[in-house]
Design a protein. Sequence first.
Length: 182
Amino acid sequence: MSASAQCSPPPSSSGLSCSGQKDAEAVWSVITGLYAAHGTGATGELDILLDPDATMWHSESEAMLLGRKDLDRLRAERTAGGGGPEVMAYDVHDPVIDVSGHMAVVGYWLRVDYAPAPDGTALQPELVRNTAVLRRSAGAWRIAHLHEEVWAAGGMPETADPGPDGPRPQPPQAPLGCSHEV
């Protein structure tokens, strides 16, 4: 997989203290690094960003993944199953980050863009709403829990007809609620 990862840069001022801003930027760099590594297929780099016992509500698994063993099983199933449409790019954006001591919570949007189908048909992007919990240990932030919710499924041919459910949902333009934006 050679998809690229694009990341919305964090705004320079969010009302956080200088150390709080640095922590928020470090946390965001873990999230953006996750998709950069995923996009290049660099499993080792991706795994460094995850706590070995991380739990995940992964969009490709009905059951919660409990640690690296379950994640590796999902990866093996994905490889054996043919993988689906080719991912061209991951775009993570609109982070809302709350850092408290050695823990952080990040809400953000992920857009997955796909290469055209073999016949040249354009494929719809996927929109995923995510929440990650990170823990700082030995000076490094790692993802302890990741929750993915597919907002609009992608990888299917784009059509002029929106279908019986109407147009595809779009993520909100601004974060909701009260939190620090980075």
